[in-house]
Design a protein. Structure first.
Length: 83
C-alpha cells in the first residue's frame, strides 16, 4: 500500500459507502502533507470522495477518470476542521 512518496488505496470493486469510509480511515492515519491516491470504480465515489476530502480538511489535488475507473489524488492535513 505504501509507495516512496505516496500511499495508494485500491478500492476497485467496492460499492458505496465503502470507498468513502476506507478513504476517511486512510486519510486520518496519514501524517500532514502526505499524499493519498485512491483508485475506485464506484460511480458514486465521484461525489462522495470530494465531499469527504472537504469534510476532513484535506486537499483534492486531482481527479482522473478513465472509463469506469476513478483516481483521486489527495493531500492530507493535520486535523479535520471539526476536531
Amino acid at each position: 500500500m505504501n509507495g516512496t512518496d505516496h500511499t495508494v488505496l485500491d478500492l476497485a470493486g467496492l460499492k458505496c459507502p465503502l470507498p468513502a469510509l476506507r478513504t476517511r480511515k486512510a486519510l486520518r492515519g496519514l501524517p500532514p502533507g502526505a499524499t493519498l491516491v485512491v483508485l475506485c470504480t464506484d460511480p458514486m465515489a465521484a461525489i462522495d470522495i470530494p465531499n469527504l476530502v472537504r469534510e476532513e480538511g484535506a486537499r483534492l489535488e486531482a481527479v482522473e477518470r478513465n472509463g469506469g475507473d476513478l483516481r483521486f489524488t489527495i493531500t492530507a492535513f493535520a486535523m479535520p476542521p471539526h476536531s
